[in-house]
Design a protein around this ligand. Structure first.
Ligand code: GLU
Length: 279
């Protein structure tokens, strides 16, 4: 099996130093294994993704010396490819329409509930049926039902990153407490949400190893759940450590001061960048 990985940025802002680190780690792992490295633009958030960022990210990656083995895949160019998965989940009775705004969700969660992370959906629309779907409704996953279906199956995934290394099985309690009924599709805004599109494209692109930052480790379980429900193969995951500033603080992803373009403007070389991020 050829090692095949990818870097999958969302073109909603500049390539910052943390992204560059992730791209270089994935690229170098692929090359060291005699494998392949792909670039995928996760631009399903049609409002926040911009062609200018897409172009800038490609320019910065090229400047850093990275090359990819296939043309760039842009999710916005293949939105219909995600429909069969949504239809299958709907046929399994696992979707419901939701009209809650972010503000509604915040209000419903405002009474603090012990042990419940604040972005877990409170279930306001959970009783609604797909036949009652209105234009503009989002589609959410009945996570409890999904976990019931999978409780009869031995779903596991392998992690090779240092921090969580090993074979992981599903942890339904953690999933319900920390993830909840995620949005899978939102017409007009995010046609198909990150969790589903990203997991499906990892399979479609034949990715054997998903290499990405540790900050995404907690989302792995939900992506594995979706792939298992859809009878898709589950890749191996490798979550690398995050780079920190001199004070040990994790570098924020959206910190524009750390944009690669900024360092380039200031005269840094690609070698300086590699040295700076410890590679
Ligand atoms: N598009 C996601 C991001 O930019 C990364 C997805 C992934 O690597 O799985 O945060």
């Amino acid at each position: 099996m050829t090692f095949r990985t990818r870097f999958a940025p969302s073109p909603t802002g500049p390539l910052h130093i943390g992204h560059a680190y992730s791209a270089i780690v994935a690229h170098d792992m692929a090359k060291a294994a005699g494998g392949e490295f792909l670039l995928r633009m996760e631009d399903t958030d049609l409002q926040r993704s911009k062609p200018e960022w897409d172009a800038q990210i490609i320019d910065d990656l090229t400047w850093l010396g990275l090359t990819w083995d296939e043309p760039v895949l842009r999710q916005s160019h293949q939105l219909a490819s995600y429909d069969p998965a949504l239809e299958k989940l709907e046929a399994m009775g696992l979707l419901y329409p939701c009209s809650c705004t972010r503000a509604d969700i915040r209000a419903a969660l405002s009474a603090p509930q012990e042990g419940v992370a604040h972005d877990v959906y409170p279930g306001t629309c959970k009783h609604r049926l797909m036949s009652d779907r209105k234009p503009g409704d989002a589609l959410r996953l009945h996570l409890d039902r999904a976990l019931d279906i999978l409780s009869h199956r031995d779903v596991r995934f392998e992690e090779t990153g240092e921090r969580h290394k090993g074979i992981h099985t599903l942890d339904p309690e953690q999933a319900l407490r920390a993830i909840g009924d995620i949005v899978l599709s939102r017409k007009g805004e995010e046609i198909v949400a990150y969790f589903l599109a990203s997991a499906l494209d990892d399979v479609a692109q034949g990715i054997t190893h998903v290499v990405r930052g540790e900050d995404l480790f907690d989302f792995t379980q939900i992506q594995v759940i979706l792939l298992a429900l859809l009878d898709q193969p589950i890749p191996i995951y490798h979550h690398h450590g995050l780079i920190r500033d001199d004070k040990g603080k994790r570098l924020a992803k959206r910190d524009d001061a750390r944009a690669i373009a900024k360092y380039r403007e200031d005269g840094a070389t690609p070698e300086d960048m590699r040295a700076m991020i410890g590679l």
